[in-house]
Design a binder for this molecule. Structure first.
Ligand code: C6P
Length: 422
């Protein structure tokens, strides 16, 4: 199935052209006020707000189709199964996978990385082997690899960053060796917004027959994803960062690899036959979906995919590029502000520090102004260490944000400088 053949969202709900004011009306949370001020939600990398169509899809599933999947012959169960498998096909189209069986519903990106590390990688790692990641990774794309390396006597290698927050590609290439059994890299960094040259990374890894997992948690809300064009073995995404519900995500895995992997967890639905002597596993994706899945979440995730595709990822990317350029220019002009992460290719994230002001104070004062950002290490402590800071303030953008909201961030920073006399 290609992106063009994906079932489209109800045309009445889909914005005709990229019109940010029109789009904002689809998101109930964007008209909230905090402390009597309109909410400027600039914490989208942590989680995104949800359009009415997603909220309705999930609520309607509970109202009209609530039953377990793949288990019952009754009408409601058949309807629930159709909705769940329909969502899988939507995800297949979204990442342009060749086959719907290559989409495994998981809890999110963290779950997906743990699945691949503890099944695929674990069976391939011997003592002395290596897993290569980069200095940009979120803890979710570090700790699962550390766990499996520890267990198998393997070693985690890390390609370092330059001062702009880009992966040193010479070192990345140098670290790929006959010992490398797995490469795992983020498509877009959550802490700095750097867009990694994943095409080149995959090419370099494949030249040495090394499989690649991409952590796409921060890419899927901003870019068109095409796993066939990328040629990666695994790609992980989280629904909640893509304007869908929390608690669900998708792992793309190449079918022949999924079919060769041991299950992640045992339980109902992941088996073909069970006896006390032996168990025969189901084919993928069921093999990796033990127990009752997050059915309502998957249906809402499917609706989020419909919503994103109805707007168009290319339009989203173009709009956000303009907004990021605007915000970068404004932020760079604020005295005492230092941007952390100035890569040539960036998306949606502005991480910064202000002289002599702790990031938590920045976040708290901005909150009083109605501006929501995230402060801290962003689950990427090694990135903070790289820049010698304990924390940054991070404004992260989505297609529903506006220049006016960026201006409010900048005005809030002026207030902070006044309060702290910096
Ligand atoms: N980053 C942030 O504020 P989960 O929580 O499983 O949906 O996603 C984990 C994850 C993995 N990789 C990247 C690049 C991420 O950004 C995240 C989640 C959030 O930056 C919450 S820590």
């Amino acid at each position: 199935m290609t992106i063009d053949t994906i079932p489209k969202t109800d045309a009445k709900k889909a914005p005709a052209a990229f019109d940010v004011e029109r789009i904002r009306k689809d998101f109930p949370a964007l008209s909230l006020s905090v402390y009597g001020k309109p909410l400027a939600y600039l914490d989208n990398a942590a989680t995104s707000q949800k359009p009415e169509s997603v909220i309705e899809a999930e609520a309607n599933w509970y109202r009209e189709s609530c039953a377990n999947v793949h288990r019952g012959v009754h009408a409601l169960s058949v309807r629930a199964t159709a909705a769940y498998e329909g969502a899988r096909r939507k995800l297949q189209g979204f990442v342009n996978a060749a086959d719907a069986r290559e989409i495994v519903f998981v809890k999110g990106t963290t779950d997906a990385v743990n699945l691949v590390a503890s099944t695929f990688a674990k069976s391939r790692l011997d003592p002395g082997d290596e897993v290569l990641i980069t200095g940009l990774e979120h803890h979710s794309n570090i700790v699962p690899w550390q766990l499996v390396c520890e267990e198998r006597g393997a070693k985690l290698r890390v390609a370092r960053l330059n001062d702009d927050g880009e992966v040193d590609m010479e070192e990345f290439e140098r670290l790929l060796s006959s010992r490398t059994k797995m490469v795992a890299v983020s498509h877009i960094s959550n802490s700095l917004g750097t867009i990694n040259p994943v095409e080149r990374m995959i090419e370099l890894a494949h030249a040495r027959d090394v499989p690649v997992m991409i952590d796409g948690a921060q890419a899927a809300p901003h870019k068109r994803i095409d796993v066939q064009a990328l040629g990666c073995e695994f790609y992980a995404i989280s629904s909640h960062k893509m304007f869908g519900p929390t608690g669900v995500g998708a792992l793309y895995g190449r079918l022949d690899l999924l079919a060769s992997m041991r299950p992640y967890q045992g339980g109902g639905e992941m088996i073909r036959t069970v006896s006390f002597e032996s168990t025969e596993y189901a084919e993928p994706p069921a093999r990796f979906e033990a127990g009752t899945p997050n059915i309502a979440g998957a249906v809402g995730f499917g609706a989020a995919v419909d919503y994103l595709l109805a707007i168009g990822l290319d339009k989203i990317e173009a709009y956000e590029e303009g907004l990021l350029a605007y915000a970068t220019e404004k932020l760079s002009a604020v005295p005492g502000v230092r941007l952390i992460g100035t890569a040539r290719h960036k998306a949606a994230v502005l991480s910064f520090v202000i002289d002599d002001v702790h990031a938590h104070d920045v976040g708290t004062i901005l909150d009083q102004e109605g501006v929501a950002i995230r402060t801290g290490h962003h689950c990427a402590q090694p990135v903070m260490d790289r820049y010698g800071v304990p924390a940054t303030s991070r404004a992260s953008l989505a297609f529903y944000n506006t220049r006016e909201e960026v201006d409010r961030l900048i005005a809030g920073l002026a207030k902070i400088r006044e309060v702290f006399g910096v």
